[in-house]
Design a protein around this ligand. Structure first.
Ligand code: NAG
Ligand code: NAG
Ligand code: NAG
Ligand code: NAG
Length: 725
C-alpha cells in the first residue's frame, strides 16, 4: 500500500547528487532490523584477536550477536550489519552472499551489503580463509564459520521480514574517558599543523543513528565509536562481546523490558570505527614487574615487550569491560534522546568495487605517484601491543606445540629486492604476499564500498585505520561529496568490514614502525590509496554510475587445512549420566552473591547451540511454572567448561550466576543443556536441572559478596576421589 502510494506520486521529487529522489517525503524510508546469535564453538577453540595460541576458549560469558539494519528508499536499499566478532572475513561475506542469493536473488549483493566486525578479541577463531589468520587456531574451523554464516543470514532475514515505513535521525557527541592512543609516538610523527587541528589524539566522537517507525515505535539504534574491544585481555577464555557487546546488551535490555538477551525486538549495535591505535585500557601501559612506565617509543620494559601491559579503569578485566561498556551505553542513551538530532533525508545509494590492493597506483597532487605493495608484515608486528604483547609464538623462538606452524614455518620466504624497497622503511618479517603454499597467506583482492542514506555516508573499510588515517580519509570523502554538490554529509568509518587486512596508518606513522605500521601490509601508501579509491567510489555513487566490479576474491574453501582435532567421545563417570548435578547450589542465597551449579557434561563443540543456551536460570512463578530469567548470553551468568580426563572423555560444566541486586525474592533453579558424543553412535542431547534454591534480597548493611557452592549430590564423593573436581 505504502509502496504503491509512493510509486503513484513518483514524479514529485528532488535531485540530489545527480540521482533523482522521486519520493514525496524524502525522509520516509522502509526500515528493518534483526538480531541473531552467531556464537560458534564455545570450548576447545583458539580465540580470534590476540593471536595467542594459549588462549583457547572454555565457555561463555556473553553470546555473540549479528545485528542487521536494512534501509530502503523504495528505489534502493543498503544493509548494514554489525557482528560481534574479531573482524569480517572475505570467505564469510562470500558465504553469506550465497545464502542471501539463494533466498532473495539479486536483492542483496556484494554492492549493497556491508558486514562489519565489532573487533571483540573474545570470539572463536578459524573463520578467515587466509593462512596467516589460521596459524594460532591450527587451521580453518568449519563450526565457527558455519555458525557465523547462519547467524548473519538469519539476522538479515529477520530485518527483511520486519520492514516498516519509518524515519531516521542522526546525532553525535563526544565521549571522553573511554579511550587512549596506544601508539602516541606514531601519532606524534604526523605533521604538527595537522595535529593542531584536533584536541585529542584519538577520535572521541560517537555518531548515532536512531531508527523509528512511522507510528512512533522504536526500532533500533546503531552508533559508530572508535575503541578496541580489548578490555578482556589475552588471558580470558570465555566467549565475550567485550565492551561493545556489553553496551549493546545494556541498551537492548533498557528498550526491551523483560526480554532475554538477543530476543527483544529493538536492536542496538555498537559498531566499530577507526580503532587502529585506540585502546580502552585508559590507565595506560606500565611494567607489570616494576610498576614503572614502559619505554614510550618501543612499549618495552627492560628491552622486552612481555611485561609492558595497559590496564583499564576497573580492578580486573571484567570490571574494565563493564565500565568501558557502560560509558558507551550512557553516551549512546543520551544521543538517542537528543532533541537536536537531525532528521535524515535523501536517497539511498551505494557503490562497490573489488580492487587488487597489491598493485594500486596513487596519484598525488603535483603529479607524483606511489604504489601499494604485495602484502608483508614487519618486525614490530610480532611484538604485539600494550593490549596484548607478543603476538605469534615464533617470536618467542619456539615452534613447539603448534603443528600447524611447524608445517608452514618451513615455507617462509625471503623477500625480493622490489618487495624490500616497496615496504621500506619497514623491515620485513613475514613476506606473506609472496607465498602461496599451501594456499594464500594474505588477501590481495579487496572489497571497497561506500553506502549512503541521505546525509549519512557509511565507509566500510577492510581493516583497522588509525585515528589520523581515518580523519584524512573522512575529510577527503567529504570534500569529494562537496565537489559533487552534496554538502552537510556525516561520514562514518565502519571498521573491519567485508575483508580483513590488519592495520592502515598514515605515511608519517608508517615511518616510525610501531605495531600498527608494521601491520600495514600493503606498504606506506596504503592510507592514501584508500583515500583515492573511496573518493572515486563516492563520485561514482553520486553520479549514479556502477564502477566495474573488478577481480573476484578467491574462495579457498576447498584448499583450507584443519589441524585442530575434533571431539573423539565423551564419557560420564561410572554410576552417573550426562546432566547429573555434581555440585548443587547452596539452598539460600542473597542478591549480590554468586551461585554455582556443576554438571556432568559433554564437549560444547558437539553442538554450538546456535540461538540456544547451555544454561538457564529459572524462577518458579505463582502457578508453579519455571520461567527463564537468564541464559548463557546474559552478563550475570558464566558457562565454564573443563575437560576432567581426556582419556575417559569426562568433563564438568560449571554454571555461575551473579544474582543482580534487583532480583525478586523467590525460588530459583539452574539448568544445563548440551550434547555428548559416543564413539560409534553419534551425538545426543542431554539436560540437567539443579535443586531449587531461595533468593532473598540482601539486607542493606550486607555489602559482602559471597560465592557459595556446596557439593551435596550422592555422586560427589567418588567424583572427588577420582578426579579431584
Ligand atoms: C573516568 O573514569 C574513571 C573510572 O571509571 C572515574 O573514576 C573517573 O572519575 C572518570 N573521570 C572523568 C573525568 O569522568
Ligand atoms: C589480564 O587481566 C587480569 C585481571 O583481570 C590481570 O590479572 C592480568 O595480569 C592481565 N593479563 C594480561 C596479560 O594483560
Ligand atoms: C599492475 O597494474 C598495472 C596497471 O595498473 C598492470 O599493467 C600490471 O601488469 C600489474 N602488475 C601485476 C603484477 O599485476
Ligand atoms: C507462569 O509461567 C507459565 C509458563 O511460562 C505461564 O504460562 C504463566 O502465565 C505464568 N503465570 C504467572 C502468574 O506469571
Amino acid at each position: 500500500m505504502w509502496r504503491w502510494l509512493l510509486a503513484a506520486a513518483g514524479v514529485v521529487g528532488t535531485v540530489m547528487g545527480g540521482v533523482a529522489d522521486p519520493r514525496p517525503d524524502p525522509s520516509l524510508y522502509n526500515i528493518g532490523v534483526g538480531i541473531h546469535d552467531v556464537t560458534g564453538p564455545a570450548a576447545g577453540v583458539n580465540m580470534m584477536g590476540y593471536a595467542n595460541p594459549a588462549q583457547v576458549n572454555s565457555g561463555i560469558h556473553m553470546r555473540l550477536f549479528s545485528r542487521a539494519f536494512i534501509l530502503d528508499d523504495t528505489q534502493r536499499r543498503v544493509v548494514f550489519v554489525s557482528v560481534d566478532c574479531g573482524m569480517m572475513a572475505s570467505i564469510l561475506k562470500i558465504k553469506v552472499m550465497e545464502r542471501l542469493a539463494a533466498e532473495y536473488g539479486e536483492l542483496y549483493r556484494h554492492q549493497n551489503v556491508i558486514l562489519s566486525g565489532t573487533h571483540t578479541h573474545s570470539g572463536p577463531a578459524g573463520y578467515l580463509q587466509f593462512l596467516l589468520f589460521e596459524i594460532t587456531s591450527l587451521g580453518f574451523i568449519k563450526d565457527t564459520l558455519d555458525a557465523m554464516v547462519e547467524g548473519i543470514f538469519q539476522s538479515i532475514k529477520q530485518a527483511h521480514e520486519s520492514m516498516v515505513p519509518g524515519y531516521l535521525y542522526l546525532s553525535s557527541g563526544q565521549l571522553l574517558n573511554t579511550s587512549i592512543n596506544r601508539s602516541p609516538t606514531g601519532y606524534l610523527n604526523n605533521p604538527e599543523e595537522e595535529r593542531n587541528k584536533y584536541q585529542h589524539n584519538t577520535d572521541k566522537t560517537m555518531t548515532l543513528l536512531r531508527l523509528v517507525a512511522q507510528d512512533g515505535t522504536h526500532l533500533g539504534m546503531v552508533n559508530w565509536y572508535a575503541v578496541h574491544p580489548t578490555s578482556m585481555n589475552n588471558t580470558n577464555t570465555l566467549v565475550s562481546g567485550d565492551n561493545k557487546g556489553y553496551a549493546s546488551q545494556l541498551f537492548e535490555e533498557a528498550m526491551n523490558p523483560g526480554a532475554l538477551p538477543g530476543q527483544g525486538k529493538f536492536v542496538a549495535a555498537f559498531a566499530q570505527a577507526n580503532c587502529g591505535d585506540v585502546s580502552p585500557n585508559i590507565q595506560g601501559p606500565k611494567c607489570i614487574d616494576t610498576g614503572l612506565p614502559c619505554d614510550l617509543a618501543t612499549s618495552t620494559c627492560d628491552g622486552r615487550v612481555k611485561n609492558c601491559i595497559a590496564f583499564g579503569p576497573g580492578k580486573d578485566m571484567v570490571e574494565s569491560t563493564r565500565i568501558i561498556g557502560t560509558n558507551q551505553f550512557q553516551k549512546a542513551w543520551e544521543l538517542y534522546h537528543d532533541p537536536a538530532a537531525v532528521k535524515v533525508s535523501g536517497p539511498v545509494q551505494f557503490a562497490q568495487q573489488f580492487i587488487d590492493m597489491s598493485n594500486y597506483t596513487v596519484h598525488f597532487e603535483g603529479g607524483a605517484t606511489g604504489k601499494t605493495c604485495v602484502p608483508a608484515l614487519g618486525y614490530s608486528f610480532a611484538a604485539g601491543t600494550i593490549d596484548g604483547p607478543g603476538a605469534f609464538d615464533f617470536t618467542q623462538g619456539t615452534t613447539e606445540g603448534n603443528p600447524f606452524w611447524n608445517m608452514v614455518g618451513g615455507l617462509l620466504h625471503t623477500p625480493s629486492q622490489d618487495q624490500v624497497d616497496c615496504h621500506a622503511p619497514k623491515p620485513i618479517l613475514l613476506d606473506t604476499g609472496e607465498i602461496n603454499v599451501p594456499y594464500a597467506w594474505h588477501p590481495r583482492i579487496i572489497d571497497t564500498q561506500v553506502g549512503r542514506v541521505g546525509q549519512l555516508i557509511i565507509l566500510p573499510v577492510p581493516g583497522e585505520f588509525t585515528t589520523m588515517c581515518g580523519r584524512r580519509f573522512r575529510d577527503q570523502v567529504s570534500e569529494t561529496l562537496s565537489a559533487e554538490g552534496v554538502e552537510g554529509t556525516v561520514p562514518v568509518i565502519a571498521g573491519l568490514s567485508n575483508v580483513y587486512t590488519h592495520y592502515v596508518t598514515t605515511w608519517e606513522e608508517y615511518q616510525v614502525q610501531r605495531y600498527e605500521a608494521a601491520s600495514t601490509i600493503y606498504g606506506p601508501h596504503t592510507c592514501s590509496a584508500y583515500m583515492q579509491q573511496y573518493s572515486y567510489l563516492a563520485t561514482a555513487m553520486l553520479q549514479g554510475e556502477t564502477p566495474p566490479p573488478g577481480p573476484s576474491p578467491p574462495d579457498l574453501s576447498d584448499s583450507m587445512i584443519t589441524m585442530l582435532p575434533g571431539v573423539v567421545y565423551d564419557g560420564a563417570p561410572p554410576g552417573s549420566t550426562f546432566g547429573d548435578v555434581v555440585a548443587q547450589p547452596y539452598p539460600l542465597a542473597y542478591t549480590g552473591e554468586t551461585v554455582t551449579a556443576k554438571f556432568v557434561s559433554g564437549h560444547p563443540r558437539n553442538d554450538v547451540q546456535l540461538g540456544g543456551s547451555f544454561l538457564t536460570v529459572e524462577r518458579q512463578n505463582e502457578t508453579g511454572h519455571w520461567q527463564v530469567v537468564a541464559t548463557d548470553a546474559s552478563w550475570q551468568t558464566r558457562f565454564i567448561w573443563d575437560r576432567v580426563s581426556s582419556l575417559l572423555g569426562t568433563s564438568v560444566a560449571s554454571v555461575k550466576w551473579d544474582i543482580p541486586a534487583d532480583t525478586p525474592d523467590g525460588t530459583y533453579r539452574i539448568t544445563h543443556s548440551g550434547h555428548h558424543k559416543t564413539l560409534f553412535r553419534g551425538v545426543f542431547p542431554y539436560h540437567g536441572v539443579s535443586h531449587p534454591f531461595k533468593v532473598v534480597t540482601a539486607p542493606a548493611e550486607e555489602g559482602n559478596k559471597v560465592e557459595r557452592e556446596v557439593d551435596v549430590s550422592s555422586s560427589q564423593s567418588w567424583w572427588s576421589k577420582m578426579f579431584g573436581a
